[in-house]
Design a protein around this ligand. Structure first.
Ligand SMILES: [Zn+2]
Length: 471
């Protein structure tokens, strides 16, 4: 019999996020192989067999790893270039020419940068939606970086096929369009090559307006056949909302339901513009939602109806979205903004709590991804995905309000250690498999190439109006 590695981390404050929300002021977590064996108060630890290593986590907080329910790893280096970009620039060279400039090399550099930021700040599971057209190799590059980083990931291959170009906000350039058969076979190829205990590959139809009904149902069928999730971006802007009503006479979630793809394996990104009936439908279908408040605000896309979604029992997680719409990959900031935007929207300062935000970023995300049987809380039998946070940080003091401080006064670099499936991936703030200096250098070079190819370099240099002296 093979020896399963086994270790105990003790004397830290442990937030289990289990259904009873049990926490231990002086607790322990006992890991066997990939799984959590026991969690509890140190007084209940009992005898420990020889060969089980024990480490102290005094002064640390142990909690489940964060779940980033929506993102685009290949956009990692695109931060900063879309700030206040005029629509004229966005349509001419901001959007499609930039995406076309993302090749395997720049895509991988982007993904490693985004993964390094996500993981060193406590994310153990991330979603990433990637285009497989016009560059077939982009999802491969992202999946290669994902594999190297040891993150738990749900990577979707985004597809579009609608040839209707009458609505510029929803039109799909010809180079991005593909047939249902081609989209299906590419997702199947990626599933064969990259599926693992940590990595799930899923199909995504990029909206009911950019995809034909055949594409939506074809990809949802593939998800059923391959027992994978099915992803969508939906109701993600006012434009999309209005186009959907004009074309179909109802919202895009209702249209998705009519196409038979609102299901218990579906994960919707954004879901901002939902009416009451659509919220009820999403809840009844057990469909997951990624709420991305910072990214939504970046493009003034609207504020999703978070209290209504939660009251209806929808599976809601939080997402940072890509670096091109945020720009940070800091899920702690998204937790805080998820609360603040709703306080403003509902004119109710009493909405929510730091505890709610932490729940959405852990067990909420797990439920949205339909992975709640494996991740999202620290419980025996679940995957050992957890993080340790140094609580002796100025932004996290005083100690009496630690949970509030984590969310409202957040300090992402207080995250010190990150474990995925029982493996220490980040130790004392350092990622063991992504080398920081190399990642930063590759990111600089990648953005340089993208700016040259897309024609955005001169736009970016003239944007601020400041006079930079360069010697
Ligand atoms: Zn997105």
């Amino acid at each position: 019999m093979m020896d399963i590695p086994e270790f105990i981390i003790r004397d830290g404050t442990v937030l289990t996020m289990n259904s009873g929300r049990e926490s231990f002021e002086s607790g322990f977590i006992w890991v066997k192989g990939e799984q959590i064996f026991r969690v509890g108060d140190v007084s209940e630890l009992g005898d420990v067999p020889a060969g089980v290593s024990i480490t102290s986590a005094r002064g640390r907080l142990i909690m489940p790893g964060l779940v980033n329910a929506h993102g685009h790893l290949s956009n990692g280096v695109l931060r900063g270039i879309y700030d206040e970009m005029p629509l004229s620039v966005w349509f001419s060279k901001g959007m499609w020419p930039v995406l076309e400039a993302l090749d395997a090399e720049t895509g991988m550099a982007s993904a490693e940068l985004a993964l390094m930021e996500l993981m060193t700040t406590g994310v153990t599971t991330t979603v990433s939606a990637e285009f497989g057209t016009p560059r077939r190799e982009l999802p491969d590059a992202v999946l290669t970086a994902v594999r190297k980083s040891r993150v738990r990931a749900l990577v979707s291959r985004m597809t579009m096929d609608n040839p209707d170009e009458s609505d510029p906000s929803q039109a799909v350039p010809p180079a991005y369009r593909e047939s249902v058969a081609q989209a299906v076979s590419e997702v199947e190829r990626l599933q064969r090559e990259y599926r693992s205990a940590l990595v799930t590959v899923a199909p995504e139809a990029l909206g009911v307006l950019r995809c034909t009904p055949e594409m939506v149902s074809g990809l949802h069928d593939l998800a059923v056949r391959s027992d994978s999730p099915f992803l969508m971006h939906i109701a993600s802007s006012r434009d999309e909302h209005e186009s959907s009503h004009r074309l179909f006479g109802h919202g895009s979630v209702t249209e998705l339901k009519r196409r038979g793809a609102l299901s218990g394996r579906t994960l919707l990104a954004h879901a901002i513009w939902l009416d009451d009936a659509e919220i009820r439908d999403v809840a009844a279908a057990a469909t997951g939602v990624s709420h991305n408040p910072v990214a939504n605000a970046y493009y003034a896309s609207g504020i999703a109806r978070l209290p209504e979604l939660l009251a209806a029992g929808v599976r809601v997680g939080l997402g940072v979205d890509g670096a091109s719409t945020n720009n940070s990959q800091n899920l702690w900031e998204t937790m805080k903004m998820a609360l603040l935007f709703q306080k403003e929207r509902t004119a109710d300062a009493g909405f929510g709590s730091a505890e709610l935000a932490l729940e959405l970023a852990t067990r909420g995300g797990a439920a949205a991804l339909h992975m709640e049987d494996r991740i999202g809380s620290l419980e025996p039998g679940k995957q050992a995905d957890f993080i340790s946070i140094d609580t002796a940080r100025t932004a996290l003091a005083p100690r009496q309000t630690l949970i509030s401080n984590l969310v409202y006064s957040n300090d992402p670099l207080a995250v010190r250690d990150v474990y995925v499936a029982g493996e220490a991936v980040v130790v004392n703030g350092v990622h063991r498999f992504l080398e920081r200096d190399a990642v930063l250098m590759a990111a600089n070079q990648a953005l340089g190439r993208i700016l040259e190819r897309s024609g955005l370099k001169s736009y970016l240099e003239s944007r601020s109006g400041w006079h930079w002296r360069r010697s």
